[in-house]
Design a protein around this ligand. Structure first.
Ligand code: PGA
Length: 282
């Protein structure tokens, strides 16, 4: 993978008006500095209620840009096949959309939950699974997370699997063993994913402003890749390893410059479009 992956996780923040403003601000930055995102893939994971509207805005924007491009190149839109036109529209999107979670069952009596098929149908390409906030507040075990990955697989969603140790585990120097267990148990072994994204997010770093030393992040990225190669080589064609936890406009470049880190998962700093653009273009 050559493009770095930048994922914004809005968590339970923002509303319709704020998300419209965010969209306009991000697009404004994008229009001015499009080339800065040339080697990046950007994914936004808003609360699920906002996704339909954001996808509609994205489609309207990218259709307009596609039409402009075709006109400038004297190509009649009617002469382009539907498939090619759809590819062009997708290529003109400044970012893609993902969800923050999905249920582990296909459908059924699960009040308040959202299935992977719904997430796919609303226009998401990615889904965050096993975030530590889901693991802690909703008691999601590795076994449940593995079932969610199967749902993602079955509905053409790219899973962003989150793993991360708490402070005590790190202090006791059990973090490598802990992460290995989380990964091996959270990834279903008999499924083939095209792309599996693993986000290393130490719990003590999320929302605290604390980040591990870059050498520790790098050590973990190498360790995760080794586990993927040794234990999961048949499970995915491509492994993408992200770092998450207090990523900001100030530290993003430093993290993204590390060649073994394929991108970042950004929480709080993704809520401001200007900051998120700085991170994305770092
Ligand atoms: P943070 O959150 O960037 O606010 O620390 C990261 C995350 O939880 O994904």
């Amino acid at each position: 993978m050559t493009k770095k992956l930048i994922v914004g996780n809005w968590k339970m923040n923002s509303g319709f008006a704020e998300s419209e403003n965010w969209f306009n601000d991000f697009v404004e930055n994008y229009e001015k500095n499009k080339s800065k995102l040339a080697n990046k893939e950007i994914v936004i994971c808003p609360p699920v209620i906002l996704i339909d509207n954001i996808v509609a805005n994205l489609m309207e924007y990218s259709l307009e840009k596609t039409q402009q491009d075709l006109k400038e190149n004297n190509i009649d839109i009617k002469n382009i096949g539907a498939e090619k036109l759809s590819d062009l529209i997708m290529d003109h999107r400044p970012f893609m959309v993902g969800a923050q979670n999905c249920h582990f069952e296909e459908k059924g009596a699960f009040t308040g939950d959202i299935s992977a098929s719904m997430v796919h149908e609303v226009g998401c390409e990615y889904v965050i699974l096993g975030h530590s906030e889901r693991r802690n507040y909703h008691h999601e075990s590795n076994k449940i997370v593995a079932k969610k990955l199967i749902q993602a697989h079955n509905h053409q969603l790219i899973p962003i699997l989150c793993v991360g140790e708490d402070q005590k585990t790190r202090e006791d120097k059990n973090h490598l063993e802990f992460i290995k267990k989380q990964i091996v148990e959270s990834v279903p072994q008999d499924y083939k994913f095209n792309r599996l994204v693993i986000a290393y997010e130490p719990i003590w770093s999320i929302g605290t402003g604390l980040t591990p030393d870059i050498s520790d992040i790098s050590e973990m990225a190498d360790f995760i890749r080794k586990i993927c190669e040794e234990e999961l080589s048949k499970v995915a064609k491509e492994f993408v390893i992200l770092y998450g936890g207090s990523v900001s406009a100030k530290n993003a470049k430093f993290i993204l410059d590390a060649s073994n880190i394929n991108g970042v998962l950004v929480g709080g700093a993704s809520l401001k479009a200007d900051d998120f653009f700085v991170i994305s273009s770092s």
